[in-house]
Design a protein around this ligand. Sequence first.
Ligand SMILES: [Zn+2]
Length: 737
Amino acid sequence: MKPDLSFTRREFIQTAAMAGAFATLGSSRMAAVGVNSAGAEPPQPAWVDRSMRWAQLTLVEDDPGKFDLQFWLDYFQRTRSDAACLSAGGCVAFYPTKIPFHHRSAWLANLDPFGDLVAGCRRLGMTVLARTDPHATYDDVQQAHPDWIAVDANGNPRRHGASPEMWLTCCLGPYNFEFMTEVTKEITSLYKIDGIFINRWEGSGMCYCEHCQKNFKEATGFALPRSNDPQDPARRAYILWRQQRLFDLWRLWDTEVRKINPAARVIPNTGGGAGSSLDMRAIGELAPTLMADRQARSGLAAPWANGKNGKEFRATMGRKPIIGIFSVGVEEPYRWKDSVQSEAEIRLWVADGIANDLRPWFTKFSGVLRDERWLAVVEDIYRRHARWEKYLRNESPMARVGLVYSQQTATFYTGERSTARLEDHTLGWYQALIESRLPFEMVHDRLLDAAHVDQFKTLILPNIAALSDAQCQQLRDFVARGGSIVATHETSLYDEWGVRRKDFGLADLFGVSVSGPVEGPMHNAYLRLEHDTARGHPLLKGLEDAPRIIHGVWRLGVTAKEKFPNPPVTFIPSYPDLPMEKVYPRGPKTDIPEVYLREQGPGRVIYFPWDIDRTFWEVLSLDHLKLLRNAVEWATNEEPAVRVTGPGVLDVTVWRQRESMTVHLVNLSNPMMMKGPLRELIPIGEQKVRVQLPAGRQAKRTQLLAAGVTPQFRADGPYLEIVVPSVLDHEVVAIDL
Ligand SMILES: [Zn+2]
């Protein structure tokens, strides 16, 4: 459905002014969410940066009087944990609350297990956050305050799926705004905590309660939407309004907590990548620190997914500390919450987070343990982290490549391929960059200004379809300043609301215009590598012996707006794949380029009209990997910050600390790399590391932190070369400057 543009504009102004939308303009949005311009925020409390290793104990209702307090305090000490997150209230109060309808644990009696844990952690010098969870409540609440309960589209109050004696609460109405505010204030007043960590505060899907109906109508003029189509004006308004309500709620809680303790903060459990429903840029401005709650891999997740979360959070959090929550259990849809994962799986998952600057946070449900196998594993990881701490206080990443992600594309782009999983383009690039051992960061598409992107030489746009005119201009400016761009498929073909343009917003940068629909799924199509006319072209590196390689699956029709002489890669259209007698190419060779390369002064631009990144994620063709790698290397056109040569698959990151720098090597080489859980860690052989030192600095000393040795190094101008004999899970080359 094509939206009515006159309406769109009116609604844009209306909703842009009120919401922290993905696509609204900076000043109005920031005023709306109450965030001052950068630098005007008060300094963060000291606990934010001090806390390096987090321990979360989520009590269960029957823990009071049963769980062994001293056991946990001893464990926190043994693990060198310096920060704790402890169950306080919400669904179940673990302290003697006086707030009506705040359900005390049925086992609480005259105990105060939360208070005892807080006191114990304080004796250990730990930071303490109280954990609350507002997402569910009981019959007495439902009877006294039926309007606090979430309502489904048919008008029925919603029972809790897993605990059917409970009710789901409305997150946007008085239950959160009034009742949970009182809970938050009571906990902060009674216990000298550093902050509140609020779990499951964003509701459990769409709510049609009387408050949501009334408040939404008043704010936008619409009835609550019944369709999920982001092009439906009511749905679009709802997407923005919901965000505004949640940011209002966050600010309310935070303000009330600060009135009681100025150094305390409210940190909701929120955020993520492109699929996150709250604007990460606004979150990055509001949160003093943030927890990436990706507890383990499941399904076909790759082991680098934890590091990816770190990169996504850092894109908008900047230098504020980010924390990676990991569980010790099997994380699959069947939710074995009391389970214990394999040691190797836990180790690799946490290592990849640490290599990507996530401070570790283990989370355990139940004070009474039913399986203790994880205890020694986490203790070992944490003690190693404590030994390495000096080299884990990173100042900045030294990566020169940025992989852009776009919440507005994920939210508003439906395009002709609405069924395709948008994230697959990003995952393809992520895998290709990992296999290429190229250090990279992720970049939020609403932070494309010079201050956020000029640390990079190259920005990759993996089918970032929805971009505003202003964002396109920022990308043009980036290239004008000498930056390079690698873009794929429908990048910039839609505006920030997912409305298709006549042509790419970046048509001038690409040098091509759109001229046809998306074709596909293509079967049996190929790419001809033009060695005769483009011999030695950097894009064909490693493919010198290949006359042709497989094509992708989806291809956008485009026409060059200028000459692209001697294209290195041309189109071989699909031809029948059955019967076998009919499998031969029809027609002579085409001159249609399937990749467009341009030099713009020192900047370079590469555009692939087809889904090379998405196909790579699906098929993992080595030939596509080479094209992707060659594209980034050609665009970047400089020595990478670090080059690591040797066998295996490594996640390579490179960091600057105040008086040192580090290269992290996380060994992902494992038969269970693409489908966990790992059975064992398998060491890989010798890696040669060649790293560029910061200008004007020399290496005073090098160490391999995991091996515990001080190896020889060789200086070569601004480069330092060092040999790492082996990597089991995680090695850190630490260089004192
Ligand atoms: Zn509601």
